[in-house]
Design a protein around this ligand. Structure first.
Ligand code: NAP
Length: 252
C-alpha cells in the first residue's frame, strides 16, 4: 500500500534490525521515504534492508552503535552525501538490560542501559539537529515507553532512561520549535518483539496482556503506523509531546 505521506523524505532509523524499528522501516518504505537504516545486529539490519527495498524504497543499511557519538555523525553524513539531506530521525535503538531490584543491580548494568537508551539519544540528536536546521526543519521521534511515565519492578535503569528521554525530548522541542524541528517521544505499551519475547515467558506475557485495557500486548505495526503519521507533515502542530501507543496501559 503506497501512500505519499513521506514522499522523498530522508529518514534515519536506529535499531532498525528488529521489532519496532523494522516495522517503522517498512511503514516508512510504504510511505515513500528514503531510508538510512542502522543497528548493531547486521543480520537483522540486512533483512530489514531487503524488506524495505522489496517495498520499492531507496534504502541503505549501516552498522552503528547508538551509544557512540561518532556513529551518529556517520549516519547523518551518509544521509546527506547519499540522499542530499535529512528530514526525519527515529531514535529507536534500545536494550532491556539486566533485570534486578535496585540494591542488586550492578553499576555497570545501570551504565550500559543509560548509555544506549538515554545518552545515545542525546548523541543522536546532537548529530541530527544541525542537518535538520540546514533543511529548514524536520521531525525527530524518540522511542520512550510507558515506562517513561510509571515504574516497573526490576527495571530501574530502563525506567530511569525512558523517563529521562521524556525530559530530553521536551527540552529539545522547546529549543528547536522556532526552527521548525518537531521533537516528540512515543511511548509504546508492551509490544510483541524479540526484546519482550527474549525476557518474558508465556505466563509473564499473559499477565502483562491483562494490564492493557485492550487485554493484549501490541504489534510492532501498531506503533509504526502512528510513528509514520507523527513523522509526516500531517502532525505539524505536534511537538514536545509524550505520546502513548499503549492499548490503554496508562489508563489506570
Ligand atoms: P528489539 O526487538 O530488541 O530491537 C532493538 C534493536 O536495537 C535490536 O536489533 C538491537 O540489537 C538493537 N540495538 C541494541 N543496542 C543497540 C545499540 N547500542 N546501537 C544500535 N542498535 C542497538 O526491541 P524493540 O522491542 O523493537 O524495541 C525498540 C525500542 O522500543 C526500544 O527503544 C525499546 O526500549 C522500545 N520499547 C519497546 C517496547 C516493547 O514492549 N517491545 C515497549 C516500549 C518501548 P540486538 O538485538 O543485537 O541487541
Amino acid at each position: 500500500m503506497a501512500t505519499s505521506l513521506l514522499e522523498n523524505k530522508v529518514a534515519i532509523i536506529t535499531g532498525a534490525g528488529s521489532g519496532i524499528g523494522r516495522a517503522i522501516a517498512n511503514h516508512f518504505a510504504d510511505a515513500g521515504a528514503r531510508l538510512v537504516l542502522s543497528d548493531v545486529d547486521d543480520n537483522g539490519g540486512e533483512i530489514t534492508l531487503a524488506q524495505a527495498r522489496q517495498r520499492g524504497a531507496h534504502a541503505m543499511y549501516l552498522h552503528a552503535d547508538s551509544s557512540q557519538p561518532r556513529d551518529h555523525a556517520m549516519l547523518v553524513r551518509e544521509a546527506v552525501e547519499r540522499w542530499g539531506g535529512l528530514d526525519i530521525a527515529v531514535n529507536n535503538a534500545g536494550i532491556a538490560g539486566t533485570q534486578a531490584p535496585v540494591a542488586e543491580l550492578p553499576p555497570e548494568a545501570w551504565d550500559k542501559v543509560i548509555a544506549v537508551n538515554l545518552t545515545g539519544v542525546f548523541h543522536a540528536m546532537r548529530a541530527q539537529i544541525p542537518a535538520l536546521l540546514v533543511r529548514g526543519g524536520g521531525s525527530i521521534i524518540n522511542i520512550s515507553s510507558i515506562l517513561g511515565q510509571v515504574g516497573f519492578r526490576n527495571a530501574a535503569a530502563y525506567v530511569a532512561a525512558k523517563h529521562g528521554l521524556v525530559g530530553l525530548t521536551q527540552t529539545a522541542a522547546l529549543e528547536y520549535g522556532p526552527k521548525k524541528i518537531r521533537i516528540n517521544a512515543v511511548a509504546p505499551g508492551f509490544i510483541k518483539t524479540p526484546m519482550v519475547e527474549k525476557n518474558l515467558d508465556a505466563a509473564a506475557l499473559g499477565m502483562l496482556a491483562g494490564l492493557h485495557a485492550v487485554g493484549r500486548i501490541g504489534d510492532p505495526a501498531e506503533v509504526a503506523a502512528f510513528v509514520t503519521w507523527l513523522a509526516s507533515d500531517q502532525a505539524s502542530f505536534v511537538t514536545g509531546a509524550y505520546l502513548p501507543v499503549d492499548g490503554g496501559y496508562l489508563a489506570q
